[in-house]
Write a protein that binds this ligand. Structure first.
Ligand SMILES: *Cc1c(COP(=O)(O)O)cnc(C)c1O
Length: 375
């Protein structure tokens, strides 16, 4: 079926756009010999893993479940980082992971013997204390008091006998100039230690597939770390893998006129695009413009009970009618992975659009998915 025929609400993943991103990411691997991993917390539509695994080296996980998913559906290397590991989870993770990265010296010392015995490569997350994001602290692991990573004043050389590699993750939707700034800080603080480890994982937040991304600076930064310190380098982007590669398709159910004309949609910010409220941000909308820019302005909202469940105000060239479909763009990442069934609202189906534009429903959800998480 064509995208216009897909039952709503639905996330439609655009395979052509995905492949385009994957080709760019693979070129980074090919030009440097580094390894690129899919950070599953941003995008884990595992139907696409066989495709993605043709381009990338493996997956990274935030804990046991994502690690299992990566092992079962993707293959390749499985890396895991968590602020702390529960003993029972770690037992299972040891059977499937290639790398485990610890967040603190205490966690490292607690679990390292089991990792060694299982043949898992051990890493420690460092905090280079270099904030390159000027927005809010929500996405800045280098913010004051952040729980992430060992700072240089807590680091001692004998830790190097316990680990194979170091990991940092400080970026969010950033270009390679910020990576360069961060690497300068990593080298200034941890440079003498880098000679003594095998690998360096530079985390995610690299917006590699964005149009204005400076790929050459990423490549030269990776090569610099490889050559100067003899390191094996990993990056683990999430967003960049499926950036602009999916849509949330929704239908206008009603139009309420209470001083403002509000479109009531069968998709919700709080249930289906929570980053709109959390981050917050305004999702791009096909044929939608800034409020007031075109003749017909509406407030886009949902069929939940939450007054603030508002996606934003958009204007259109033509009046919108009940039954019209709207297409939110850039909805593959940090969207369905965060879904919930608040208000008993149904989960949108997951749809794959192949390179010819043909859409196939991969999974649809119903009442049992709502009830199954309650008791
Ligand atoms: C979130 C996260 C990533 C992926 O970040 P993106 O911003 O989606 O690229 C990678 N590594 C770690 C440790 C993370 O927490």
């Amino acid at each position: 079926m064509r995208i216009e025929q897909v039952p709503t609400p639905a996330y439609v993943i655009d395979e052509a756009k995905l492949v385009n991103n994957l080709e760019i990411l693979k070129s980074v691997q090919d030009r440097t010999g580094c390894k690129v991993l899919l950070a599953q917390k941003a995008f884990s539509m595992y139907t696409t893993y066989p495709l993605i695994s043709q381009y990338l080296s493996g997956t990274t996980a935030s804990g046991l479940y994502e690690a299992r998913l990566g092992r079962e559906e993707f293959g390749g290397e499985v890396h895991v980082f968590a602020p702390a590991f529960k003993d029972a989870d770690l037992e299972e993770i040891l059977e499937i992971a290639d790398h485990i990265v610890f967040n603190s010296e205490r966690q490292l010392r607690k679990h390292m013997d089991k990792c060694r015995a299982a043949g898992v490569s051990i890493g420690l997350r460092i905090n280079p204390e270099c904030s390159t994001q000027d927005e809010q602290a929500l996405y800045d692991p280098c913010a004051t008091g952040s729980r992430f990573g060992v700072r240089i004043d807590q680091f001692s050389e004998d830790l190097l006998d316990l680990v194979d590699g170091l990991h940092f993750h400080t970026l969010c939707e950033q270009n390679s100039d910020d990576l360069k700034t961060t690497l300068d800080a990593v080298e200034a603080k941890f440079g003498s230690y880098l000679h003594k480890v095998k690998w360096l994982n530079m985390g995610g937040g690299h917006h590699v597939t964005r149009e204005d991304y400076n790929l050459d600076l990423l490549i030269s930064s990776i090569q610099h770390m490889q050559e100067k310190y003899g390191l094996e380098v990993y990056i683990e982007p999430g967003e960049a893998i499926a950036l602009n590669a999916g849509y949330l398709v929704t239908e206008v159910l009603d139009i309420v006129e209470n001083g403002i004309e509000t479109l009531v949609l069968d998709a919700s910010a709080t249930c289906h695009m929570p980053d709109v409220l959390e981050m917050p941000y305004r999702p791009p909308l096909r044929h939608g413009f800034e409020a007031g820019e075109k003749e017909f302005t509406y407030r886009l909202s949902s069929n939940t009970c939450l007054t603030g469940d508002i996606i934003g105000d958009y204007s259109f060239e033509k009046p919108v009618e009940i039954g019209d479909k709207l297409y939110f763009e850039d909805m593959a990442i940090y969207s369905f992975v965060k879904n919930n069934t608040f208000n008993g609202i149904g989960l949108p189906s997951l749809v794959l659009m192949d390179q010819t534009g043909d859409c196939r429903i991969i999974k649809s959800f119903g009442y049992e998915d709502f009830k199954g998480r309650l008791s």
